[in-house]
Design a protein around this ligand. Structure first.
Ligand code: NAD
Ligand code: UFG
Length: 339
């Protein structure tokens, strides 16, 4: 059985469905700090499978240990954590507590219960601002400055040390670039309220006709002046998790892989993709650069392609279509998609 921590969140819920559809036994732990109980019904209704859910916090040692004792868990995919860079700057200790203490707790209890396979949600933010793109796993990292990125950087370091002392313990660190997209059913996708990311901001401008999208920066040294990122469909990202889990079953140690599409798209290009599917214009205005943003980055994904036999399959059009299909299904009164 696989434990998915944070399994009611955006990425964890897609992972749960994928595993259930492969008839893998799973259980989910979530404290609903950034999700809700309705997600459980959505996972059930899409997968048509049963699974166990435990409401609780990954920092609660008694709770997690009881779960490890009760269930025959042989791997943990650890999504539970906080993910907003700006929020982390306002409340660093909450980020260190949830992300670092939560992870240490899980791996210590895994060791105690002889559970040896661990997949960790890291982030491209660990590369900091010191390297020109594309970013590959061989780059030397320095501790990043914002508390969110720092928490991921520190956990990566902890995992590298942990496997040295615990030879049977294997860890897969996945550095996500920008996951977007939704489940093709339209029932599940990223919550619009979640953070200040580009996709939720575009959707807000569609939902509220009096709101416009702020495009942060039109003077970057990029072909159209707006910021470039590497967007990856959530289903490709999750596929990478399952392949990483298989890999660590036969390979000891701590391994790291970038999960991105390997391509960069600018904010203006993303807006154009939305406009072409919507067949209408998006209301946007240029604003100054957002503090802490880099002009451009994207992933080198050869390592995951070679070692995991993984490659992303969904195009940027697929990602945007699925996002709009999700919005269309969850807010039918908006009549977003005109077919
Ligand atoms: P999310 O907020 O949608 O999901 C995280 C889930 O974990 C939520 O359901 C939340 O309630 C739960 N949770 C948080 N703290 C918890 C705790 N202490 N105990 C139990 N449950 C807890 O986020 P997501 O987008 O699904 O991201 C999952 C992971 O991937 C996070 O660790 C995040 O830092 C990382 N990540 C996400 C992105 C992204 O753009 N989505 C990019 C890079 C890395
Ligand atoms: N952007 C806008 N307007 C908005 C929001 C974003 O123009 O309203 C721009 C940003 O300036 C940037 C691009 O859109 O150029 C992408 O920004 P996001 O906020 O969507 O994503 P980030 O690249 O800043 O960060 C995301 C997650 C991090 C994660 C990182 C991994 O928020 O948690 O990707 O690369 F770590």
């Amino acid at each position: 059985m696989i434990l998915i921590t944070g399994g009611c969140g955006y990425l964890g819920s897609h992972c749960a469905i994928n595993l259930l559809e492969r008839n893998t036994e799973i259980c989910i732990v979530d404290n609903f700090s950034n999700s809700s109980i309705e997600i459980l019904d959505k996972i059930k209704s899409i997968s048509k499978k049963h699974f166990k859910f435990y409401q609780g916090d990954v920092r609660d040692k008694k709770f997690i240990n009881a779960l490890f004792l009760k269930k025959n868990i042989d791997a943990v995919i650890h999504f539970a954590g906080l993910k907003s860079v700006s929020e982390s700057e306002k409340d660093p200790s909450e980020y260190f507590s949830n992300n670092i203490t939560g992870t240490i707790n899980i791996i210590e209890l895994m060791k105690l219960n002889k559970i040896n396979h661990f997949i960790f949600s890291s982030s491209a933010t660990v590369y900091g601002n010191q390297h020109p793109p594309p970013w590959d796993e061989k780059l030397k990292l320095k501790s990043p400055t914002n508390p969110y990125a720092k928490s991921k950087f520190i956990i990566e370091e902890i995992l590298r040390s942990f496997v040295i002392d615990n030879k049977e313990f294997r860890a897969g660190i996945l550095r996500y670039f920008n996951p977007i997209g939704a489940h093709p059913s339209g029932l599940l996708g990223e919550e619009i309220h979640s953070g200040r990311n580009l996709v939720p901001a575009i959707l807000n401008s569609l939902i509220h006709s009096d709101e416009y999208l702020s495009v942060y920066g039109n003077d970057y040294p990029t072909p159209d002046g707006s910021g470039i990122r590497d967007y990856i469909h959530v289903s490709d990202l999750i596929d990478g998790h399952l392949k990483a889990l298989n890999y660590i079953k036969t390979n000891r140690g701590c391994h790291v892989w970038n999960l991105g599409s390997g391509n960069g798209y600018s904010v203006l290009q993303i807006i154009q993709v939305f406009e072409s599917i919507l067949k209408r214009k998006i209301n946007f205005k240029f604003e100054g650069r957002r503090k802490g943003d880099l002009p451009e980055y994207w992933a080198l994904i050869n390592k995951a392609e070679k070692e995991l036999n993984w490659s992303p399959r969904k195009s940027i059009n697929d990602m945007v279509y699925d996002i709009l299909n999700h919005l269309n299904k969850t807010r039918p009164n908006l009549k977003i998609l005109k077919n």
